[in-house]
Write a protein that binds this ligand. Structure first.
Ligand code: ARG
Length: 303
């Protein structure tokens, strides 16, 4: 076994000095276009008003919007300070989950594949997100038929290989995998999610630069764990324990030098430091009541 076991976390061996898998250095990227563009939706209408995942149970009407707004602003500012350029989509009245902009759809180049939400409670967001992407000049590419697909909540691009990882089993339909593969001409690896607490792929799986991966293995069925392990070598994987997973540590925003999340244990912070990351922790507990955290509150516009 590569790596060593450290408080429930498999930490990576130190990466090779000349890391051929890594993208261009952040400094090199900075000289060109902005490092990363993200879309966020302010929490002006954020609330827990219904229950569509286990995190929301017992939380209806308990989120404090004032506190949520301060936490959202702190995340926004931390991401900006780490080099991201942030665009905003106005929130919709009566759409309390719209701040989770990761679920708007999937962005690849100039293409935007809009989500089709499984739960009627979120379907009103679809037209508002499509409208924003149309105005921003993206090509809207709808999935055919009546396939459920929840965007970058369940569809995550690998940051080393040309590959899309797609979660299914709770929200997105497995059928979306083949459609996306065809539409985007890109290999798609479907992963079956089996724990209702980790109902979107981005709650338990986070591709990091250079083909690295942060994930919670118990959220997947055995075949999917094998599919992951067959593609990501042990020295590029960090498997978090349940406590970090329940703190939404895998729901992280990777900005190349910094990685932002609600909370990470000291062991996980060490493992991420071993990958060369500065860990930015920013409290998002008001959003955890709705079952979301840092990554869910953002959507990458430049992949
Ligand atoms: N309450 C929202 C839902 O259940 C939370 C979405 C979190 N987003 C995410 N990308 N994981 O749909």
């Amino acid at each position: 076994m590569n790596g060593h076991h450290d408080s429930g976390i498999w930490t990576a061996e130190a990466p090779p000095a000349n890391d051929a898998l890594a993208h261009a250095s952040p400094a090199a990227e900075r000289r060109g276009t902005p490092l990363h563009r993200l879309l966020m939706c302010p929490p002006g209408h954020f609330a827990v008003e219904y229950v569509i995942n286990p995190w929301m149970e017992g939380q209806v009407h308990r989120a404090d919007r004032h506190r949520a707004t301060a936490q959202w602003q702190a995340l926004h500012d931390a991401l900006g300070a780490a080099g991201a350029v942030i665009e905003q989509v106005p929130p919709g009245a009566g759409l309390p989950d719209m701040p989770f902009s990761a679920n708007a759809g999937l962005v690849l180049g100039n293409d935007f594949v809009p989500s089709r939400f499984r739960h009627p409670e979120r379907r009103g967001e679809e037209a508002l997100f499509i409208d924003w992407f149309e105005r921003a000049g993206f090509r809207i590419r709808r999935l055919p038929g009546a396939i459920f697909f929840e965007g970058a909540g369940d569809a995550l691009l690998d940051r080393g290989e040309r590959r899309l990882w797609m979660g299914h089993g709770h929200r997105s339909d497995l059928a979306a995998a083949a459609e996306l593969e065809r539409m985007l001409d890109l290999p798609v690896v479907p992963l079956r999610l089996v724990d209702p607490r980790f109902y979107h792929l981005d709650t338990c799986f986070c591709p990091l630069r250079g083909g690295r991966l942060l994930y919670f293995p118990a959220a997947f069925d055995a075949a999917s764990r094998q599919a992951i392990e067959a593609r990501v070598p042990p020295h590029l994987r960090i498997a978090v324990g349940e406590a970090d997973a329940l703190d939404f540590a895998c729901n992280a925003v990777d900005l190349d030098e910094a990685v932002a999340m609600h909370r990470a244990s000291p062991a996980l912070q060490r493992a991420l430091a071993g990958f060369g990351y500065r860990v930015v922790q920013t409290a998002l507990d008001e959003f955890l009541r709705a079952g979301g955290s840092a990554k869910c509150l953002t959507l990458r516009l430049d992949e």
